[in-house]
Design a protein around this ligand. Structure first.
Ligand SMILES: CC(C)(COP(=O)(O)OP(=O)(O)OC[C@H]1O[C@@H](n2cnc3c(N)ncnc32)[C@H](O)[C@@H]1OP(=O)(O)O)[C@@H](O)C(=O)NCCC(=O)NCCS
Length: 217
């Protein structure tokens, strides 16, 4: 089976780096023709998506890693995922060998990067991305197409809907419900249930006027 990374942004490059490290071969990258700016990325061909679609229609087996990030609250990734499936291609998943994944069930097309931790008795839907050192603790459930940024920490018994974004180092209290399309800003503490499309942010750090680092340490 031929395998391609869908997406030529930094996320595609990050996955490429991991796949290479794990000796997982790909045949190239793919995006819609109008987004192709270069015919090669990382010395691999960038193939117009329609060409792969035609090959699939002609019976060729093609696997796709969906490498679309969190823009539009992960909606672009969800759309790409549905389209690729409808076009008869296989959605690939990736779990880095250093990740600890004890989940009861994981959906299709999840990308789980270095040292992510997914605890026991958890369930994970489709198209979720777990960046390095993100954590989803025991008995928690995540729906589909969520993005867990670097170092975010979700406690036990949490229910996360779909298309959420959990910013880096955000912390989610145990046993809360995080509504779909919730945005947890970097470094915030989500201590209560959220409704759909809610945004939680932390107090902002501030630059001290008329002070310099060497005044302190
Ligand atoms: C929450 C977040 C999305 C806000 O984005 P931003 O670019 O900082 O937003 P802006 O500075 O343009 O602020 C937009 C509005 O939200 C308000 N706001 C943003 N962060 C705030 C905070 N911490 N406290 C109070 N108000 C805040 C601003 O005051 C502004 O209000 P206004 O439109 O009335 O002027 C951003 O801080 C964040 O956490 N991003 C995620 C980063 C991350 O985790 N990346 C990981 C990728 S792997």
């Amino acid at each position: 089976m031929k395998k391609y990374i869908y997406g030529t942004t930094e996320l595609g490059e990050i996955l490429f780096n991991c796949l290479k490290e794990c000796n997982i071969e790909i045949d190239g990258f793919t995006v819609d023709k109008e987004y192709i700016t270069d015919n090669f990325l990382m010395s691999y061909p960038v193939v117009p998506y329609d060409e792969l679609k035609s090959s699939a229609e002609n019976g060729e087996e093609i696997g796709i890693y969906v490498c679309i990030g969190y823009k539009a609250m992960n909606e672009n990734r969800r759309r790409a995922f549905k389209r690729i499936k409808a076009d008869g291609m296989k959605i690939e998943s990736f779990i880095h060998p250093s990740a600890i994944v004890k989940s009861d069930s994981i959906g299709e097309g999840c990308l789980i990067f270095e040292q992510a931790y997914i605890g026991p008795y958890t369930t994970i839907g489709d198209g979720n991305i777990f960046f390095p050192k993100s954590m989803l603790s025991h008995h928690s459930n995540a729906g589909n197409f969520n993005f867990f940024s670097v170092g975010c920490s979700v406690a036990g018994n949490v229910k996360i809907g779909d298309n959420c974004f959990l910013g880096n180092n955000s912390t989610t209290k145990d046993a809360v419900n995080i509504g779909s399309y919730t945005l947890l800003g970097a470094g915030c503490y989500a201590s209560c249930d959220t409704n759909e499309y809610d945004v939680i942010v932390p107090a902002r750090g501030q630059i001290l006027e008329n002070k310099r680092s060497i005044d302190f340490i």
